[in-house]
Ligand binder design. Sequence first.
Ligand code: ATP
Ligand code: MG
Length: 258
Amino acid sequence: MLNTVNEKTKLQARELSAWYGRTPALKKVNVAIPSNSIVGLIGPSGCGKSTFLRCLNRMNDLIRSFRQEGKITLDEKDIYTQDTDIVLIRRKVGMVFQQPNPFPMSVFDNVAFGVREHNRGVNGKKLEEIVVNSLNQANLWDEVKDKLHQSGLSLSGGQQQRLCIARLLAVKPEVILLDEPCSALDPLSTGKIEELLLELKKSYTIVVVTHNLGQAFRISDYIGFFLLGQLVEFGPAAELAVKPKEKVTADYISGHFG
Ligand SMILES: Nc1ncnc2c1ncn2[C@@H]1O[C@H](COP(=O)(O)OP(=O)(O)OP(=O)(O)O)[C@@H](O)[C@H]1O
Ligand SMILES: [Mg+2]
């Protein structure tokens, strides 16, 4: 449920359940994700966080044993209808993974890649402008402006992760999903990604899975706590930090879980 009347829902899951074969992974998840906010998803390993995130841009469609029930809407439109344009959904709802995964090509071409795919008419000066803007938005421009034609794989892990974010921003997404984006990064690079996400939420809606509770509470407006496939609790981060409704949430947050 949303907490203030003037917040607009960007993404919503209603009664979302999911299975891999016969094994349940999500159980009747209901949640509304407000526009221009950061939603942090926490919970122990195997509780369904990544599964839930992948449902939001239909990445689970690629897994053969996967089945789901319930509804997911983006701007109130069901994204699982027969005539949904999946390529468009994945462009609008972009994803960043745990391991930075730049393509084996130059920094410039990494960022230009999606633009060339989605918008073949864009090239020359216009393409250059999009690449520079996206690198700027990802707070990476100053570090790579003299390396645009070097391989993206030659950058540091933290720079590679910001390159992946720049690549995503270049195709103008509306929602950014991140699955443990900092778990392979050192504290300095992690800090840079956190600052970046706080900046990006002005223009995008962000959902981030993290095992780092400090990070979840530093950057999130809302936090969702998953346990055994259920979204046990969802609410403003400030409220969850001091007064979670459920005892299991309190136990998990205080490290007394299990
Ligand atoms: N591709 C898959 N095939 C079969 N089962 C899967 C697959 N992906 C996930 N699962 C199962 O679904 C359940 C939820 O997994 P999921 O990856 O969503 O958890 P998670 O909360 O992201 O865990 P972690 O914190 O370890 O990343 C687990 O029991 C897992 O074994
Ligand atoms: Mg996961």
